[in-house]
Design a protein around this ligand. Sequence first.
Ligand SMILES: [Zn+2]
Length: 261
Amino acid sequence: MSAHGGEPLATPEGPGIPVPGSALVIAAHPDDAEFQCGATLASFARQGCEVHHLVLTDGSKGTWDPDCDRIALVERRRDEQREAARRLGAGGEVLFLDRVDGELAADDVTVGEVAAVIRRLRPRVVLSHDPWRRYRLHPDHEVAGRVAVRAVVAARDPFFYPDQLGAGLHTHRPDTLLLFEPDEVNHLQVVSEADLQAKLSALEAHESQLETTHFYRLDEPGSRALALEQFRSRERARLSEVEGAPGGGLVEVFHLLAEQL
Ligand SMILES: [Zn+2]
């Protein structure tokens, strides 16, 4: 993956930003966080960071099976997300906003609920989808990014959602916003082999998504081991074949915003 326009990639001098005491990942669906920044979250957690997950939708459309019991699917995906967080060593809260999958809106109520979570958990680093990424199809990813950016702005200023303040909640300004699926890469987070393994293990906790993300054909039993192996090499390639990675090592890619916060 390269930056747009052939610009040289701004790579960090060291292994990325300082490890924060706490981080909050705001994702559209269960499994987005693991796909986009799972190794970074594992790396933070391994170094003492408390990592919280906030999933905005219920994941109720995450199946290709038209006969699926979607109420059971929502419950199953919540359990999978909790297990994935555990496998990352996250140690923080796993929260669900339960908007309907595919219908997420960056409305004032949703932004206010996310701002309240930021004000309560007070993360030093917030991670979310890049809302400015071009040619991306899934509407929830773009909207989740807009919700996250609006909520970060709202959380820091006392005149946004003032009714939240005073009831144990205070304004909060994170140090860094790391946008994943970036339209323009300007930051690489170096991760270790152990972090990659934690990411893969966490991704594999999302068992209900084997068909849609691992391309495991449920009607062809026996192919699961092969599908998993192919999935693992695909994911490893995404982290190991990044242009500009220090020493050609494993990295996850982001657009980092800090001074603008
Ligand atoms: Zn998603």
